[in-house]
Write a protein that binds this ligand. Structure first.
Ligand SMILES: Nc1ncnc2c1ncn2[C@@H]1O[C@H](COP(=O)(O)OP(=O)(O)OP(=O)(O)O)[C@@H](O)[C@H]1O
Ligand SMILES: [Mg+2]
Length: 369
């Protein structure tokens, strides 16, 4: 592990010749809880705010061990942390990246943030701890994350209901018509195709939702991205409604090296991105698909000459359920990006309104974690 970066103390300017007395007013009149302790962990100065925070009477903290303020489960390890700090003293946040708690006199705990400053004096080395009570911030964070979760669940439920209601409605109507038993052969055929088509759509929607809610780990195997791209392009183009009169240019790099990817998942990404391109073109214009070998990665670039995406909408296209299409779930790009991230790759979009959109999908040549 790399050694922690040492920062020069910018807080307190101290000289080895300063006396501890100099710090008494600094600590006493500080607007927030402050405690100063010696190398042995004995509290030499504590202001009223610190005593209040930890539930001690005025003057009661002085002379106690700093470990009295550490919750029992972390207490044993604390002297070692203290020792390390004095070996390489620097201004730093205590317990960076971990949730810190202080222990009150009555045994209750308070979430805190602690900044440590080394202080050299004529009487020896000390550490000045400035403490912030983050009880309210923690409570707010918790409420926010609960609200966000609820909002996400609500959004998901509404979208699921909406996506399921349409095909289900068609299926119910078709089934009723069949039940009446008076359909002419031609109508019978079209009702049957509605039933098959709409139940397929239902199935795909549910699969999308599941993939979004519980993305699966990619099963990597060395594969030819050109072949996968070609295959998906052919499948999308085979739908005449989608393909229309769009001119498709296929520029696949013949020297593209094999890359590790999950063919099913990458097919899903390409399917969505290529379909998005065709859908944007609405039957006319040009769609270019190229592959390219770049240092350490392979790239598939899908460019269309469609209407493009305005800057304020571009930020939203990766949001789940964001769609401008009547039959879209708006999950395509968020699932696609998640899949790429799980591969250690990237998916990015550039767009110029009125000129078109370019989507870059890149996959690393070796597995990066
Ligand atoms: N090539 C593109 N040109 C213009 N707009 C695009 C393009 N690709 C995506 N978008 C915009 O981004 C939105 C989100 O795309 P995304 O693929 O996530 O969902 P969707 O295509 O609407 O629905 P789904 O993919 O779930 O069927 C689209 O509705 C569209 O507004
Ligand atoms: Mg899409």
């Amino acid at each position: 592990m790399a050694p922690a970066k040492k920062r020069k103390s910018r807080g307190l300017k101290t000289k080895a010749g300063d006396s501890l007395e100099k710090f008494r007013p600094v600590v006493a009149y500080a607007p927030s809880p402050m405690i100063m302790a010696d190398r042995a962990g004995t509290i030499v100065l504590a202001n009223a705010r610190a005593e209040e925070l930890f539930g001690y009477a005025p003057g009661e903290l002085g002379g106690r061990k700093i470990e009295a303020l550490v919750p029992p489960r972390f207490r044993d390890a604390h002297p070692a942390h203290r020792g390390k700090f004095h070996e390489a003293p620097s201004e730093r946040a205590m317990g960076a990246g971990r949730d810190l708690y202080g222990a009150r006199k009555d045994g209750s705990e308070v979430p805190v943030e602690i900044g440590l400053n080394p202080v050299k004096t004529a009487e020896g080395d000390f550490v000045l701890a400035s403490i912030v009570d983050i009880t309210e911030r923690k409570a707010l964070e918790k409420r926010l994350s609960q609200t966000e979760t609820l909002a996400a669940v609500g959004g998901m439920a509404a979208a699921v209901a909406h996506e399921i209601r349409n095909p289900l409605g068609s299926i119910v109507m078709g089934a009723k018509a069949l039940a009446r038993g008076d359909l002419r052969p031609d109508d019978l055929k079209s009702v049957m195709s509605v039933l098959v088509g709409e139940s397929g759509r239902l199935n795909r929607t549910l699969e999308d939702f599941l993939q979004f809610a519980r993305p699966r780990e990619p099963k990597l195997q060395s594969g030819d991205l050109n072949a996968t791209t070609r295959e998906v392009l052919a499948a999308v183009k085979s739908d005449p409604v989608i393909a229309g009169k769009v001119v498709v240019e296929e520029r696949l790099d013949r020297k593209l090296p094999p890359a590790p990817f999950d063919p099913d998942l990458i097919r899903q990404v390409l399917w969505n991105v290529i379909r998005n391109g065709f859908q944007a073109l609405n039957g006319k214009g040009r769609l270019e698909i190229r592959t390219e070998a770049l240092p350490g990665k392979v790239l598939v670039r899908v460019s269309d000459t469609g209407p493009g995406i305005a800057a304020d909408r571009l930020e939203k296209v990766f949001l789940p359920f964001y769609t401008t299409k009547t039959k879209g779930t708006g999950l395509g790009l968020s699932i696609s990006r998640n899949i790429l991230v799980a591969h250690g790759g990237e998916l990015s979009i550039e767009s110029e309104p009125g000129r078109g959109t370019r989507v870059d999908i890149s996959l690393p040549l070796s597995r990066q974690r």
